[in-house]
Ligand binder design. Structure first.
Ligand SMILES: Cc1ncc(COP(=O)(O)O)c(C=O)c1O
Length: 354
């Protein structure tokens, strides 16, 4: 067997990122997408983007326009913003270019599944601090373990638990850590605070964001990140592909940023609906339901997770089956959808428990 065949066999042992199964004709509450942003919004956006596009050409110069638009939206210098084909790609490029078998990555258990799988792919060792029984993290444990770590990754809020450290705690962790800290803020618009402004003073901080959740544009694959100018320069000039985003996605991103009011309104509604889902699930007195700062709710179905998952699918509702998380044997995660979607989900749960 030659080296290449050996490597293929080695990699074939990895599981890879587990996407949910595509269920046709179901309410899709399994991938933390944002359906409060209407299909019409997305259609109008892409129609307008098409008018600004000539896809016979490589997207020369338009990426820079997107960065300028992001810079105005975030109130951060354009020299501190990099973009990627989804924030997945940004995380992937940071790991594959800066880390190796000797880089000790500190994160939580669980953490964003894709990030974990990429560490496995590149044989990057991870130290994981488990969530406690009430699905919170202990700052002291992180401070302690960070002494022996080279890179810190936290999704804030965390997927799949919905937990977010307080701003003070997160600041303490970032300031106490000598190496790079990646804070993944994919769900930050549904939380109470963003750590973004700290990037201006903390050179080790890398904040990763996406259009997938807050703007409901997951299918366009638009991610970005904010970090010190030197890293952004190296990333954009040397590491990133010359044309990582397609023309329609770039133009749509620019136009979406002009509609940020709509995005904020959708986030407000999602937060309100999240509260309703949590309260109603708790009222059943059957599940353990965890607080969430994101656009999803995690609950321990107390051994009935498989049955509930299958029964919901039969009723045309798809939620994410996560199984064991820490001491909780059978966890399910449900995305907060539109009012109608959430009501259907809650009604189905009520019927199942009768
Ligand atoms: C924590 C976290 N980061 C990043 C992503 C991926 O975002 P994108 O669609 O920009 O690749 C997800 C998607 O579920 C996520 O949960």
């Amino acid at each position: 067997m030659n080296w290449f065949e050996k490597k293929i066999i080695e990699l074939s042992k990895l599981q890879g990122y587990q996407k949910p199964e595509k269920q046709s004709e179901t309410l899709k509450l399994d991938s933390n997408e944002n359906f409060v942003i209407s299909k019409q919004f997305q259609k109008d956006l892409i129609d307008a983007a098409k008018k600004n596009s000539d896809v016979r050409e490589y997207p020369l110069g338009s990426l820079e326009k997107l960065v300028i638009a992001l810079s105005k939206f975030l109130k951060v210098s354009p020299a501190m913003i990099g973009v990627g084909n989804g924030s997945d790609q940004i995380l992937d490029l940071l790991l594959s270019n800066f880390c190796n078998k000797k880089t000790r990555v500190l994160t939580s258990e669980p953490t964003f599944g894709f990030f974990e799988e990429r560490c496995k792919l590149y044989s990057i060792p991870t130290v994981k601090i488990p969530f406690s029984k009430d699905m919170t993290l202990d700052l002291e444990k992180f401070l302690q373990k960070s002494k022996n770590a080279d890179l810190l990754y936290l999704d804030s809020p965390n997927n799949p638990t919905g937990f977010q450290f307080s701003k003070k705690e997160l600041e303490k962790l970032i300031k106490n850590f000598a190496g790079p800290v990646i804070i993944d803020e994919a769900y930050v618009e549904f939380a109470d605070f963003s750590i973004l402004n700290l990037v201006k003073t903390q050179k080790n901080l890398i904040v990763v964001k996406t259009f997938s959740k807050e703007f409901g544009l997951a299918g366009l694959r638009l991610g970005y990140f904010i970090a010190n100018k030197t890293l952004i320069d190296v990333f954009s000039r040397v590491i990133q592909y010359p044309y990582p985003l397609n023309t329609i996605a770039i133009e749509s991103g620019i136009l979406a940023l002009q509609k940020s009011k709509l995005m904020y309104e959708s986030a407000t509604l999602i937060k309100k609906e999240r509260k309703r889902i949590i309260e109603n699930l708790r009222k059943t007195e059957t599940f353990e339901v965890f607080d969430s700062k994101a656009n999803f709710v995690l609950f321990d179905a107390k051994g009935a997770d498989r049955r509930i998952h299958t029964a919901l699918i039969e009723q045309g509702i798809s939620v994410r089956k996560l199984g064991k998380i820490g001491k909780h044997e059978g966890c399910l995660r449900v995305t907060v959808g539109t009012k109608e979607m959430n009501s259907k989900f809650l009604l189905a749960i009520r019927d199942l428990l009768q």
